[in-house]
Design a protein around this ligand. Sequence first.
Ligand code: FMN
Length: 192
Amino acid sequence: MTRLRLVGFSANIQRPSKTRTLVEAVAAEAAVRLPVEVRIFDLVDAGPGLGALSRDQLSLPARRIVEAVEEADALVVGTPVYKGAYTGLFKHLFDLVSPEALAGKPVALTATGGGPRHALVVEHSLRPLFGFFTALTVPTAVYASDPDFRDGGLDSAAIRQRVTEAGSQLASLAGARAAAVAPLARIAGGAR
Ligand SMILES: Cc1cc2nc3c(=O)[nH]c(=O)nc-3n(C[C@H](O)[C@H](O)[C@H](O)COP(=O)(O)O)c2cc1C
């Protein structure tokens, strides 16, 4: 199987970042199960140029992230919880993504917050957004909060278990989709 493109996008505006740590952890779990090329981006990579009102006004670093998201075979997305939902800039980036680009694409959902109060943000904010895109969201979404991290890493067996589940589900869905698409591509290309 050719290497699939697994893109992680984390809406953190600072580093080190708990959200980026979580996104990287889910991507790593998928990567041990599937031949993938992993690229992780965050809002620090995007810089201030993401604040553009339209796609053609994006700075080059911000446009590269939007394009990487659109061209990925599978995604891991993550956001810190701000005011009970995904951050405004997380939504802004996906507002600039083409509506067709994520159709049928496997997406793992993650978020972090200061405490457990907004744990369902993954279900109430993130899953409906990717439902709009008709993306294939993985069943296990992962939320972690401050007590689940120590020294910059995940320090909770329960969260690590969910990370493993999400990464494994993402790998299964991405592998199955690639296997289904490959014969169709051969037919379209005229191969025997
Ligand atoms: C503006 C702002 C709003 C926040 N609102 C919430 C919130 O509503 N609920 C919550 O649990 N944490 C909230 N937090 C805490 C962050 O979600 C939390 O620290 C997160 O893990 C930071 O992620 P990062 O390390 O990737 O930047 C807020 C933080 C900021 C800066």
